[in-house]
Design a protein around this ligand. Sequence first.
Ligand code: HEC
Length: 132
Amino acid sequence: MNTQSHLGAWFLTAVFSVLLMTTISSTVAAQDIVSFNEDVFPIIEVRCLACHQPGSAGYEASGLDMRTYEGLIKGTKHGPILTPGRPFESSLIAMIDHRTDPKIWMPHDRKRLSKCERLMFRFWVSQGAKNN
Ligand code: HEC
């Protein structure tokens, strides 16, 4: 093989690799979009809602009503508990990850959410906390 065909083969390999990587990363990204309705809300229903609706302890103490997307975005009587796009500045994420005062770890006095459930909240916030 002469130098020219070596270069040609190298070039084709490079182009092919870039195409392959682009295809793989866009496929992964498309699958990783978190849905509020299908991924996040089912966790809220099972792990948060019993205390976070009118008449229950969490709602009465904080004003946080988690029955709807709007209620979650509104937050507590003191204001929002999350900043879309910024999971590490969102108190909601800090509380479920146990990075706050233990008194406000959530779910309050209950078992911590699984890593997978917590990542679901985190990715949802980092993807803009959409009503999707
Ligand atoms: C067993 C009842 C209970 C469950 C279950 C529960 N909470 Fe709470 N939650 C509370 C109580 C009580 C407070 C008030 C705590 C305080 O301010 O001392 C509260 C307050 C909060 C606050 C506001 C804290 C603050 O002071 O700013 C957030 C956010 C919150 N809960 C999120 C959640 C999330 C998310 C879940 C589910 C993963 C959840 N909670 C499940 C009882 C509960």
